[in-house]
Write a protein that binds this ligand. Structure first.
Ligand code: ZN
Length: 193
């Protein structure tokens, strides 16, 4: 097993669209194992293949808590087949050391993917739980989309990146998500009452 080098924000590989895995080969399985080791070594809850320099559609996630047994899940050629609701998510990324930003996510999702045996599975994650948000975050990496692109407040994001000596935000990548934002604002006004 090996700990891989994680690419940092600014590396162009992180902005490339990744290719489907054509066969779940031994090479893919070894990469997945190394990605899991790398995720644990960096205390992450998820890691996508492009972050270790491989533009292929695979990511790993483990949202187990400290007192729970490890539960790594490998997603190969994932597709988000259902999404609904909206939620605010305070996120970081192993490619953005120490930078945390409020972003918009769907609250509920359903994802279809292949496991390490090449068998399809479906997973549902609801109520904005960490798993739901982590799947969306990692899935985005496969399309060259980064969490800061979902920033709720671009000025906050610019400041956070600056404070952590990371390259500046790419304004043209910022996603306009009026429906998600409207839903989150609605929840926030209810919470204030
Ligand atoms: Zn990330």
């Amino acid at each position: 097993m090996a700990i891989l080098k994680i690419l940092k924000y600014g590396d162009e590989i992180l902005r490339k669209k990744s290719k489907e895995v054509s066969k779940v080969s031994k090479k893919i399985r070894i990469l997945a194992e190394n990605m899991i080791d790398t995720m644990y070594a960096n205390n992450g809850v998820g890691l996508a293949a492009p972050q270790v320099g491989e533009n292929i559609r695979m990511f790993v996630i483990d949202v187990s808590q400290d007192d729970e047994p490890l539960n790594p899940i490998v997603f190969i050629n994932p597709k988000i087949i259902k999404k609904s609701g909206a939620i605010k998510s305070n996120e970081g990324c192993l490619s953005f050391p120490k930078a945390y930003v409020d972003v918009r996510r769907y609250k509920n999702i359903m994802v279809k993917a292949l496991d390490l045996n090449g068998r399809p599975f479906i997973m549902e994650a609801k109520d904005g739980e960490l798993l739901a948000r982590a799947i969306q975050h990692e899935y985005d990496h496969l399309d060259g989309i980064l969490f800061i692109d979902h920033s709720r407040n671009i000025f906050d994001a610019i400041e956070v990146l600056r404070q952590n000596d990371l390259p500046s935000i790419e304004q043209d990548k910022i996603l306009d998500e009026p429906e998600l934002e409207e839903e989150i604002l609605k929840q926030e006004s209810v919470n204030k009452e």
